[in-house]
Design a protein around this ligand. Structure first.
Ligand SMILES: [Zn+2]
Length: 76
């Protein structure tokens, strides 16, 4: 198992990911998309949601320092 060391304080780091809760019953992995967000519309009506190109999505993963909380995030 790989060991990661914090670049800020030399503390031990653990792997993890950023979660998003879209509503009260579900938790999702947070995704990264290159470029700007485009407002989605249905029949010309715009809501709060955005339109995305799923072929460009990447899951955000990272490592967190157990000692100081420093995060390193990667979109892979
Ligand atoms: Zn640290």
């Amino acid at each position: 198992m790989e060991q990661f060391t914090c670049v800020k304080c030399n503390g031990p780091m653990v792997k993890g990911f950023v979660a998003d809760h879209g509503n009260k019953s579900a938790i999702f992995k947070t995704l990264w998309f290159d470029g700007d967000a485009e407002q989605a519309s249905i029949w010309g009506i715009q809501g709060d949601n955005i339109s995305v190109d799923r072929s460009k999505q990447r899951v955000i993963r990272g490592i967190r320092c157990k000692q100081c909380g420093y995060l390193e995030l990667y979109a892979v």
